[in-house]
Design a protein around this ligand. Structure first.
Ligand code: EPU
Length: 425
């Protein structure tokens, strides 16, 4: 088993290059398989969730080349409609194969997904949407089974809770439907826009992505396309919060500054200096952080995926901060891990109260999911002594080259493999 070992107490300084967005890459890789053709994607991150989706689609007959950050996808040979159960259970985004298979093959038998432990996270909205497009939909033996007679039929659909995954899955399913689909209360996240841009390059007719009403005029056949994935705003936000938490000076490079307004507003309020450059954002902290109150919200609000990293950054801020989680039902499992390190945190319903402490101390902790992992990393960077982080595979799901990137900012961090240690002994 691998662990990440961090010795804290050093302010992070320097520049870090942001990778391509995981949460754009996943739907765009699925979208590329809508056409029996070749697509080329640039700036795809080598994180485990991307590799898992690649394995799921390869098993369905899709051929891949993944060299550097360029992924070439040849979906000409896609022939199966039942993705692998064990692989799909590893991550929720495997459910994008449902929209893909319904649009391309007219049927899908997709395992109900797993993923991060951050609340109940059902797929009922997705299934209602597929039914609205004329599919027969049922759940049986751990699978969602959906099929349409020939093609799905465009229809209006109200997206509950402006769900990102539902919005994207229905864009995929509707792309080859007969007629027009209108999604109201659609998610406005940049990853939705990125997927829509790529679909349009494939010949689809998606309009309005980035607003809460998206229309998709279905067409009978799409073709392959070439595209560069947008930078990962959550990865970038994580490194900026590493800088804020350690009282450092971090420049995240190669990103889209307008994605950061909510985060920068809050870190400025907490006492950080922020500088926005054409393709970068810099944060610098020269004094003790002040407490802030944050509500997570769909984009352009404060991203739920930055909630655990922000909580870790506020663990030593002066006063009492609060974070109200409004997107996921429950996202507080990581709090116990931060408490092991001396954080004073209390969950009251949907709100976390954080009373700043003088010092955190290193401890053995777990990365319970991708962003819970980012939270313990940030706490460890600020803590006195050494922190050992287990279940690092959860961090690898969403962060490419985390230890190398942190080391380039001056962190004392290494990955240790227990097996290797045993062999040496
Ligand atoms: N929901 C339902 N039923 C559904 C779909 C969603 O109840 O059928 C609920 C969810 O349980 C959640 C809320 O609606 O409470 C919003 O969920 P949404 O569908 O927007 O989330 P998602 O598409 O499953 C994506 C990201 C998450 C991120 C959320 C919110 C991907 C692959 N995942 O999930 O990212 O937290 O949007 O922004 O894009 C991560 O990267 O670590 C991560 C968890």
């Amino acid at each position: 088993m691998e662990r990440i070992v961090i010795t804290g107490g050093r302010p992070l300084r320097g520049a870090v290059r942001v990778s391509g967005a995981k949460n754009s890459s996943l739907p765009i890789i699925a979208a590329a398989c809508l056409a029996p053709d070749v697509s080329v994607l640039e700036n795809v991150p080598h994180c485990q969730d991307v590799l898992t989706l690649q394995a799921i689609l390869a098993d369905l007959g899709v051929r891949f080349e993944f060299a550097g950050t360029r992924m070439t996808i040849d979906a000409g040979g896609l022939y199966r409609t039942i993705p692998d159960y064990a692989l799909c259970r590893r991550m929720r985004a495997s459910f994008y194969t449902a929209g893909l298979l319904l649009a391309r093959m007219g049927r899908a038998e997709v395992p109900l997904p797993g993923g991060c432990s951050i609340g109940t996270r059902p797929v009922d909205f997705h299934m209602k949407g597929f039914a609205a497009l004329g599919a027969g939909v049922a759940t049986e033996h751990g699978y969602m089974k959906a099929s349409v007679a020939r093609r799905a039929k465009g229809a209006p659909f109200y997206v509950p809770r402006s769900s990102v995954g539902t919005t994207i899955n229905l864009m995929l399913a509707a792309s080859t439907a007969r007629g027009v689909t209108t999604l109201t209360n659609a998610a406005r996240e940049p990853e939705v826009v990125d997927t829509a841009v790529f679909l349009n390059l494939m010949g689809a007719r998606v309009r309005g992505a980035g607003t809460d009403t998206i229309t998709i005029r279905g067409i009978s056949a799409l073709h392959g396309a070439q595209y560069t994935i947008i930078p990962d705003r959550i990865e970038a936000g994580t490194y900026l919060l590493c800088g804020v938490a350690t009282g450092g000076d971090v420049l995240a490079e190669g990103l889209i500054p307008e994605h950061f307004q909510a985060l920068l507003g809050k870190v400025t309020e907490a006492g950080a200096e922020t500088v926005v450059e054409p393709d970068g954002v810099r944060v610098r902290v020269a004094r003790e952080l002040a407490a802030v109150d944050v509500d997570t919200a769909p984009y352009p609000g404060f991203a739920t995926d930055l909630h655990p990293p922000l909580a870790a950054a506020l663990a030593r801020a002066r006063g009492t901060s609060s974070i109200r989680e409004t997107v996921h039902d429950s996202r507080f499992a990581y709090v116990d891990e931060l408490r092991r390190m001396g954080a004073e945190m209390k969950v009251e319903g949907d709100t976390l109260r954080i009373t700043g402490v003088e010092q955190l101390t290193g401890a053995p902790v777990e990365a319970l999911d991708i962003r819970a992992g980012a939270a313990v990393v940030i706490a460890a960077l600020t803590a006195e002594g050494t922190t050992e982080i287990r279940t690092v595979e959860n961090i690898d799901r969403g962060y490419e080259g985390l230890t190398e990137k942190l080391r380039s900012l001056g962190a004392r961090v290494e990955r240790v493999d227990d097996e290797a240690i045993r062999e040496v002994v």
